[in-house]
Design a protein around this ligand. Structure first.
Ligand code: 7TS
Length: 403
């Protein structure tokens, strides 16, 4: 049973005040808050068995290694990867994307084509531009519609035998719209192109099944899923991870080293050079357990309720425009006519309400709408209808003060 009051007690930070007002945290798209079980896992690690992994014969190192590898298996099961070594633990989505982009630097040729969507976060644009500069490949863009959906007809037209890679986010961070990733993957595969889906904004709301999606690469960050910052994952199909060269050289990722020649370790270690974020990886596993205990059906029900109520109430405010109206997760990106989003965000903060303002690292979307940015309220399962009321009242107040 989903009990919102009980859920909220899991998150100690929700008790704090900001500028003397109860915190209303609506910036979950930037990072989610951390439940006590995850905080406890971090404290347990540093107080109980802090040690380096995969190398020590001693007890602490064995314990840390076991917990870290258990976390990998939890993450494997969560995403339904076939093998645990298809899960590479990284520092986050950005790192995961760069591993794949850099790897394809050794594979792509001049004239090959890469398709990205118009809805991408900068971390799913810039690495591919760098890859194009290096290889002479050409970047093509799936355009978007006014409602924030992708022009899928144009996508099908862009695909051809020169298309080697397609990149798209599962859910847009700036607008919250859910992209038709099944169709994107299926169509790309008909041309033999590989697909990377950026799940950073989807995974807090949806439980993706990488085998059912038949996706080639899927990436996510723990800190948007109730886990800590500085850790994330790259899922890749075994044969594709084997095909890509390592991203970084160093300890852990080798089998043998001589000054003449080094041979690389197998998966997943080939992509995990150096001492990883051991505590973060373990806590990521605990966060995944926590989200599954809350349950993704319950999460969706609560978030749908918040989204519908907030949309309805905000739309009543004259001069308020919501960007991205096609099927979406619990994100509302909006502006008040004639008022800069930053000014609204600053007043909301004074009232204890945390939202993000600006271009949300998705400048092409802002250019499409000819705006400098938006105010983004991103809700999650621990938010309440009362918090929506607080947001709506604060936006009205901001409008009054700034008009
Ligand atoms: N991809 C998407 C879709 C994202 O939303 C983000 C972060 C990233 C990639 C990068 O993730 P990182 O964990 O490597 O930084 N998005 C946001 C946001 O919307 N507000 O702050 C960070």
């Amino acid at each position: 049973m989903f009990d919102i009051n009980k859920i909220r007690t899991d998150f100690p930070i929700l008790n704090r005040k900001v500028h003397g007002k109860p915190l209303v945290y609506l910036d979950n798209g930037a990072t989610s808050q951390t439940p006590q079980v995850v905080i406890d896992a971090i404290v347990d690690y540093y107080t109980g068995y802090n040690a380096n992994i995969h190398r020590g014969v001693h007890t602490l190192s064995q314990e840390a290694t076991d917990k870290y590898e258990e976390a990998r298996i939890k993450i494997q099961k969560h995403f339904n990867a076939k093998q645990s070594y298809e899960i590479i633990l990284t520092s986050g989505t950005t790192h995961s994307i760069n591993i794949v982009a850099s790897g394809f630097g050794a594979i792509l040729k001049e004239g090959d084509e890469i398709i990205v969507s118009a809805l991408e976060h900068h971390s799913n644009i810039v690495p591919w531009q760098m890859l194009c500069e290096k290889t002479g490949a050409v970047l093509k863009v799936i355009p978007m519609n006014e409602d924030g959906s992708l022009q899928m007809g144009m996508y099908h037209e862009l695909l051809n035998n020169k298309t080697k890679l397609v990149f798209c986010n599962h859910v847009s961070n700036a607008l919250g719209v859910i992209n038709p990733v099944e169709e994107i993957i299926h169509a790309a595969h008909k041309f033999g192109a590989y697909v990377l889906i950026d799940g950073a904004q989807a995974c807090p709301h949806i439980k993706p099944d990488v085998q059912e999606l038949d996706v080639d690469f899927y990436v996510a960050s723990a800190h948007k899923m109730c886990g800590p910052t500085g850790v994330g994952m790259l899922y890749g199909k075994e044969e594709l991870l084997n095909m890509l060269p390592p991203y970084q050289g160093g300890g852990e990722m080798i089998e043998t080293v001589t000054f003449e020649k080094t041979t690389y370790a197998g998966l997943p270690h080939k992509f995990e050079a150096g001492t990883p974020n051991i505590c973060g990886g373990i806590a990521f596993g605990v966060a995944v357990d926590y989200m599954n205990e809350v349950g993704f059906d319950a999460i969706a029900t609560q978030e749908d309720k918040l989204l519908a109520y907030a949309t309805n109430e905000l739309e009543k405010i004259e001069g308020l425009k919501i960007y991205g109206t096609s099927r979406k997760t619990s994100v509302i990106s909006f502006n008040l006519e004639g008022i800069h989003p930053y000014d609204i965000g600053a007043i909301l903060d004074k009232l204890g309400i945390a939202v993000r303002t600006g271009h949300h690292c998705a400048q092409p979307i802002m250019d499409f709408f000819c705006i400098p940015g938006t105010v983004r309220a991103s809700f999650t399962f621990y938010n309440t209808l009362e918090e929506v009321d607080a947001l709506v009242a604060a936006v009205k107040k901001a409008k009054m003060m700034l008009s």
